[in-house]
Design a protein around this ligand. Structure first.
Ligand code: HPA
Ligand code: ZN
Length: 349
């Protein structure tokens, strides 16, 4: 285990920004900034119910997950062509590069687009081309995770998975997102079993607003390899023990939780308590265009609010790399770069 050297407290923000890190919970449609929504609306002749970028941005005041999802799906309606998906993902990768992201696993919601008549190929090929360019032009390793919308039926999810199979090589896993309460993971048992048969990785949103029982069934029924959010686990001691014993990664998104009123204040967020309990927590941005910050903003604001340490910074970054679905050789290289970054800051340059 790498020994984290003492870091001068005033240097911690720069260290947080400079650390190589993985982002494992980012909905690419949630990276669509109001400026790009307006530009794509104009390019595609899609009418918007907002007079200006400013008017749209000022509508971003949410009271819960659903109040956000309504705007998020409306924003995604400007995406029609392969190039639109490319442009959206490429804009995200520029931000990710600035934040020293070395690995990104992008969620996408095909049903949001295919339901509007957008071809599956336009969605996946545009996103995949951006991932390939992220690697070749920015040095960011990137892959795609296809998410099912849990407010729709399992039959719809099964059909979506089949429809995506011609592009099987273009994505590495499946996930589960959208309105959580009332749509437990077990509703999607068969489609996750089918995805696992195809050698796809499995993750699911659980315990964002939903109860710990949803985390249990994501683990036991869907057999996921990571839990997205999972912050409600803290209310169930046996579940916490299981997460620690199995070192199950959680992809926690503090600014998202703040903006969707899962926590009243960032200072009340349980990320630090979960880390201290031995849970394998990672830190992520979720929907950065809607929640007021990309990955480094999440790190900086969370560390300031919770008074976290350099040791915890190392743990979060190392967890993100280790919990990614990247090849082991890449993980080793990034972990080595992470150690080197800490050594550089300890020495004071
Ligand atoms: N939760 C559930 N579904 C989502 C989210 C989220 O935070 N972001 C985009 N889709
Ligand atoms: Zn999410």
């Amino acid at each position: 285990m790498f020994k984290v050297h003492a870091i001068a407290p005033h240097r911690l923000p720069d260290l947080l920004s400079a650390m190589p890190k993985a982002e494992l919970h980012i909905h690419i449609e949630g990276s669509l900034e109001p400026e790009l929504i307006f530009a794509l609306a104009q390019r595609n002749g899609v009418p918007l119910p907002y007079a200006s970028v400013q008017a749209l941005r000022s509508a971003y005041a949410f009271s819960n997950l659903q109040s956000f999802l309504d705007l998020y799906y409306a924003g995604a309606s400007v995406l029609l062509h392969e190039q639109d998906f490319y442009d959206m993902a490429w804009a995200y990768f520029q931000k990710a590069k600035a934040d020293h992201v070395v690995r990104a696993e992008l969620f996408f919601d095909p049903q949001t687009h295919t339901a509007r008549g957008v071809p599956m190929g336009a969605v996946i090929e545009g996103l995949r081309r951006a991932c390939d360019d992220a690697q070749s032009q920015l040095g960011i390793s990137a892959d795609l995770i296809l998410c099912f919308l849990r407010h729709l039926s399992e039959a719809d999810a099964l059909e979506t998975l089949e429809e995506a199979m011609p592009w099987r090589a273009h994505f590495i896993g499946v996930g589960l997102d959208s309105s959580e309460v009332g749509h437990p993971p077990e509703k999607f048992a068969r489609v996750f079993a089918r995805a696992r048969e195809q050698g796809l990785h499995a993750v699911a949103h659980a315990g964002e607003e939903g109860p710990p029982a949803y985390i249990w069934s994501a683990l036991d029924v869907l057999q996921v390899e990571r839990i997205d959010h999972g912050v409600q686990a803290i209310h169930d001691a046996a579940l916490m023990q299981r997460l620690v014993d199995t070192q199950m990664p959680l992809t926690v998104c503090p600014l998202s939780n703040l903006k969707l009123c899962v926590f009243k204040d960032l200072a009340e967020h349980n990320l630090g308590r979960m880390l201290d309990a031995g849970v394998r927590v990672t830190l992520n941005s979720d929907d950065p265009a809607y929640f007021g910050g990309y990955l480094n903003d999440n790190y900086l604001q969370t560390f300031a609010a919770l008074h976290l340490s350099a040791r915890q910074a190392y743990q979060l970054a190392a967890n993100s790399i280790e919990a990614s679905f990247a090849p082991e050789a890449d993980k080793h290289r990034w972990l080595h770069e992470l150690e080197h970054t800490f050594e550089r800051f300890a020495e004071g340059d």
